[in-house]
Design a binder for this molecule. Structure first.
Ligand SMILES: Cc1cc2nc3c(=O)[nH]c(=O)nc-3n(C[C@H](O)[C@H](O)[C@H](O)COP(=O)(O)OP(=O)(O)OC[C@H]3O[C@@H](n4cnc5c(N)ncnc54)[C@H](O)[C@@H]3O)c2cc1C
Length: 393
């Protein structure tokens, strides 16, 4: 069945075998597991290993390189089901969302070198270095420079919020190879380098963890005359911004599925509690003040789910999908946040007890309104990029 026809399948029911298997794995990792990791600030090694061994993290890799060759929607379903089960895919989703960029722009030698090892779980391709401390959302102004010197690029600069860098072997690095004053358009002159973190650490790359409100393994990266082999250039030198958009669109669509999973988690939990908690001699969910916010969250989730199928189908067909990728990122993040709010209110004081797992999921759902792109930047894109109104920057 084509992805376009998936809109006819009820929510939460396409790819039923994948959903069932992912749920079975997630059942081994209950709330206690995630809370204990948070206490120690540790990475979910066992969880990621089990998903890797089951082949879920290589779902988007073509069969000829050892993967399952599944469409983007199937990857999204895996992430959605992880989140709907109360688990967290932020530890391992990088490999999925960077895959389109590597498949579309990597050369055959690079694919042979990396993809089979990634599919086998011998190589972790998890880290994506775009954001910088000084320039933030203004990606085209990024300052990290790579200068060609013989067979290598020499990299100097800094990244921030580079997630999973301490638990990845490879880093996708966006850097400037031609200075801004020497390009006609600021979208030109950026390039993508694949950095082997294992070789780079201590030889020009330093990783410094950032202490955050979620257990996210996100870091500051410092580059000091790091030498990266020129053969690690992905695609065409100077064309990196256009190429990285493939990674960013798939990232927005895939991570939207995590928000759909969060919304389902919150709604299911809220509905169950609303029916069972008796106060004033009746279930709290009989009160419309409790019931309606859950119903509203459900309606928002359904609309966001339909949009996610459209965005994934467009991406899969190779058609333009920037508008849909941004809209679905917005709608799903809002749906998850509102579902989290409804779940919190339904649970009253118990919502903040850690053992209920609501506050943990709520903190994580909040991040999705900031990253990988913040709500304002989505609105700016729709405002000027889609609707043609004046640009504010
Ligand atoms: C947990 C986490 C993980 C992350 N992981 C990664 C990662 O793996 N790799 C990576 O490269 N990045 C990552 N990021 C970075 C993330 O993509 C950025 O935080 C996000 O894009 C916003 O950039 P900023 O934080 O610099 O905000 P800023 O650019 O400083 O913006 C601050 C605020 O002002 C608003 N704003 C700025 N300019 C405008 C404007 N013109 N109009 C309207 N509003 C505006 C923004 O929307 C934002 O709300 C991560 C961030 C977090 C929090």
């Amino acid at each position: 069945m084509s992805d376009e026809n998936l809109t006819m399948i009820p929510h939460g029911e396409d790819y039923p075998e994948i959903r069932e298997t992912v749920r079975a794995i997630c059942a081994n990792y209950p709330g206690e597991y995630w809370r204990a990791l948070e206490d120690k600030g540790s990475y979910p090694v066992e969880f990621v290993r089990e998903l890797t061994e089951a082949g879920f993290l290589s779902a988007l890799i073509p069969e000829s390189y050892g993967g399952s060759d599944l469409p983007l929607r199937a990857g999204g379903v895996i992430l959605e089901e992880i989140h709907a089960s109360g688990c967290d895919a932020s530890s391992c989703h990088g490999q999925m969302y960077m895959m389109a960029m590597l498949l579309r722009h990597g050369n055959e030698k690079q694919k042979q070198a990396y993809l089979p090892a990634i599919a086998a779980g011998d190589l972790r391709f998890q880290s994506f270095g775009v954001t910088e401390p000084a320039t933030g959302s203004d990606t085209l102004q990024l300052k990290t420079r790579a200068v060609r010197d013989g067979d290598t690029f020499v990299v100097n600069g800094q990244k921030v919020w580079t997630s999973r860098a301490a638990n990845s072997d490879l880093l996708t690095l966006l850097c400037r190879t031609t200075p801004l004053d020497r390009v006609k358009n600021q979208t030109e002159g950026l390039s993508i380098l694949l950095v082997d973190i294992r070789e780079a650490l201590g030889k020009g790359l330093t990783i410094k963890p950032i202490d955050t409100m979620v257990n996210y393994d996100t870091n500051e990266l410092f580059f000091d005359d790091l030498r990266v082999p020129a053969e690690n250039l992905i695609g065409i030198e100077g064309n990196g911004f256009k190429q990285i958009l493939d990674g960013m669109n798939s990232e927005r669509i895939l991570l939207s599925h995590e928000s759909l999973g969060d919304a389902r988690y919150f709604i299911d939990k809220a509905v169950a509690y609303a029916k069972e908690r008796i106060v004033f001699n009746r279930p709290v969910g009989q009160n419309q003040g409790v019931q309606f916010p859950i119903a509203k969250a459900y309606a928002e989730y359904r609309a966001a789910d339909a949009m996610s199928r459209m965005a994934a189908a467009l991406f899969q067909s190779g058609r333009k999908c920037g508008e849909e990728a941004n809209i679905v990122r917005y709608l799903t993040a809002e749906a998850a946040w509102n579902a989290g709010e409804a779940c919190m209110q339904t649970h009253g004081g118990f919502a903040v007890a850690r053992e209920y797992n609501i506050e943990r999921k709520w903190r994580a759902a909040r991040i999705q309104r900031l990253a990988p792109i913040s709500t304002n930047m989505i609105m700016a894109y729709i405002g000027h990029g889609v609707l043609g109104m004046p640009k504010s920057y």
